[in-house]
Write a protein that binds this ligand. Structure first.
Ligand SMILES: Nc1nc2c(ncn2[C@@H]2O[C@H](COP(=O)(O)OP(=O)(O)OP(=O)(O)O)[C@@H](O)[C@H]2O)c(=O)[nH]1
Ligand SMILES: [Mg+2]
Length: 600
């Protein structure tokens, strides 16, 4: 029987996991030459490519020296940490990737702690040694300390280290000696990790992950942990809540290269995908038909943030999207629950609005971006962190935040974070940067990234990671600036925008249609200002023809979806259509707004 190694690649965001998996596939030639596009083949959905991040963990497999290596590429962003934790269940060991300059980051600590707790051994890969100013020796020391602090066992502490550059496609035991392949790493994998063990007995598989296809429905993925599974086998589905269902596996697939290969049977130790089991959830066991035994289940992580999703009721409703009714939005949200594990949807008092719960701003924004590309129009409210009552006391999520910033702006960063109730814990030099570590309520993180980037001219890098629920830290200053609001429906004119430029900056360019109550700019003062942006230049004022074209207008600031989500306040909505993002007051009419704000 073929020897198998199951490994997961774990790291902080952007440390090079997907690039490495690509190189492994490439160098073991698991796909035809012409399939290689030069881009990361594994980040295969549009959003992953555009953003350069992995959103969903993926299984691939290669054969090296007659050993089958199943590799699980995992996402590095903190919002998807639960996904990593889950798929670790399928792995015998992990490759811990660490950037040779950045060193261990919050997500490195989180994923490593999970892997060590689960008893996995790790190979350390110090990646990106091609980077100038990299400091692989220091990074090794830091990682060793991290293992130590996370209570690694003697055996786990004896991890081998491989250095290299995923991007350039090489790995070696000595970082100063460049090679032209990653074979040193592949050898380390097959030598250091034990072969996946084979256990005789009745079939058992824990459903760890899922996929969805509009043709065959939901596909369950997991590792066979005892016995053998066969095509068309009758099995028992043992649900996490104790319910037992008799069912049948239809088709079985193993992973091969980038794709899947149909299999008649899959033996203990291998990872497989199966169709035909409809009613499953993550954490259920596929067990023997006659003598079913459940495996210890796994938890799917709880959401930490919620947002109100509602239909678009702006004056521009229905102009740009195809799916706009509450029925459309509702069906789409419930469909998302089929595969988006950490997401929840709750009905509200209004049939037009739903509360959607997710793992963070990125997690929710990916759903919103996907919906808008599919042709949906909707509006969302300000993201809210989930508050818990613990022992009768109000608790809120608190996170670890690290910021690496040039020395001359580190002071500004500390000031900004402190304003948001952040507490500075560590400050130390890291290359020519200052490395800062804080504890901060999740609430305080909302909108912080853009203000830090502005204050440091884009030179700071930030990362955060949920730590724990802690007692409520008191009110946090929201957006300091007020906004500029359009007075009425119309088209913004260069003349009016020019006249108002000293009042703030604009989110709207001349020529864009606007509506009354829409947020069209940021005020220089803390209060909101209603302005008329649709005024045409009075003819009597005209001195020379065409002078309108000569006005110099600063280009409008265009927010990304996440920036806009983090910008809006409680009394505002973000309107999302396939073509536009507009911010607006919930109550477009000024008098209603005044009345409502008195009520609060
Ligand atoms: N200089 C250098 N850059 C690298 C190296 N490996 C990866 N990168 C770059 O780092 C960026 C992130 O690489 P990815 O492979 O997408 O990182 P990842 O760990 O999969 O990221 P997430 O999936 O979002 O967590 C890309 O721009 C890569 O080109 C390396 O060895 N050296
Ligand atoms: Mg990736």
């Amino acid at each position: 029987m073929q020897s198998i190694r199951n490994i997961a690649i774990i790291a902080h965001v952007d440390h090079g996991k997907t690039t490495l998996v690509d190189k492994i596939l490439h160098q073991t030639q698991q796909f035809r030459e012409n399939q290689f596009t030069g881009e990361l083949i594994l980040d295969n959905n549009d959003l992953e490519r555009e953003r350069g991040i992995t959103i969903i963990a993926k299984n691939v497999s290669v054969i090296y020296k007659d050993v089958k290596i199943n590799i699980i590429d995992t996402p590095g962003h903190a919002d998807f940490g639960g996904e990593v934790e889950r798929v670790l269940n399928m792995a015998d060991g992990v490759l811990l990737l660490v950037d040779a300059f950045e060193g261990p980051m919050p997500q490195t600590r989180f994923v490593l702690s999970k892997a060590l707790e689960m008893g996995k051994k790790a190979i350390l890969v110090i990646n990106k040694v091609d980077k100038e100013n990299c400091r692989p020796d220091e990074v090794l020391e830091k990682v060793f300390d991290l293992f130590f602090h996370l209570d690694a066992t003697e055996e786990q502490l004896n991890f081998p280290t491989v250095y290299g550059s995923s991007k350039q496609g090489w790995m070696n035991t000595d970082w100063k000696v460049q090679t032209d392949n990653i074979l040193v790493l592949l050898d380390a994998i097959i030598n250091y990790f034990p072969p996946a063990p084979f256990f005789e007995g009745t079939s058992q598989l824990l459903i760890t992950s899922l996929d969805y296809s509009s043709f065959v429905g939901r596909i369950a993925i997991g590792r066979v942990s005892r016995g053998t599974l066969k095509e068309n086998q009758q099995v028992t589905l043992m649900k996490r809540d104790g319910v037992i269902q008799k069912t049948r596996i239809k088709e079985l697939y193993t992973f091969e290269g980038l794709g899947r290969r149909k299999a008649q049977e899959v033996k203990c130790g291998d990872i497989c995908a199966m169709t035909g089991i409809d009613d499953f959830e993550i954490g259920d066991t596929i067990a023997d038909f006659d003598n079913p035994e459940a495996l210890p289940t796994i938890s799917v992580d709880e959401p930490t943030m919620s947002m109100l999703f509602t239909i678009n009721n702006s004056p521009f409703f229905g102009k740009e999207g195809r799916f706009v009714t509450s029925r459309h939005v509702r069906d789409r949200l419930y469909k998302e629950l089929e595969k988006n594990l950490a997401m929840r949807v709750e009905e509200t008092e209004s049939p037009d609005s739903y509360l959607v719960f997710g793992r963070g701003v990125l997690h929710l924004s990916i759903l919103i971006e996907t919906m808008r590309r599919e042709g949906y129009e909707l509006q969302v409210g300000q993201p809210q962190v989930i508050i818990k009552e613990i022992n009768g006391q109000k608790h809120e999520p608190v996170e670890t935040l690290t910021v690496d910033a040039p020395e001359d702006v580190a002071g500004k960063v500390i000031e900004l974070v402190t304003q948001k109730k952040g507490e500075l814990l560590v400050m130390e030099p890291k290359g020519d940067l200052q490395h800062l570590e804080f504890i901060i309520p999740s609430r305080g993180l909302i909108g912080l990234r853009s203000s830090v980037l502005t204050a440091t001219a884009g030179k700071a890098t930030m990362a955060h990671r949920f730590k724990s629920y802690e007692p409520w830290k008191g009110p946090i200053q929201g957006r300091i600036a007020g906004v500029l609001l359009a007075k009425e429906n119309g088209v913004a004119t260069p003349y009016s925008i020019d006249r108002m430029q000293d009042r703030g900056f604009f989110f709207t360019d001349p020529g864009e249609p606007v509506y009354g109550g829409q947020v069209i700019g940021q005020h220089i003062r803390p209060d909101d200002l209603i302005i008329n942006v649709c005024e045409a230049k009075k003819l009597t004022n005209m001195r020379a023809s065409g002078s309108d074209d000569n006005v110099r207008i600063a280009p409008a600031i265009k927010f990304s979806l996440e920036e806009a989500m983090e910008y809006i306040e409680k009394d505002e909505y973000l309107e999302i259509t396939p073509k536009s993002l507009r911010m607006r007051k919930v109550h477009l009419d000024e008098n209603t707004r005044k009345r409502m704000s008195k009520k609060d």
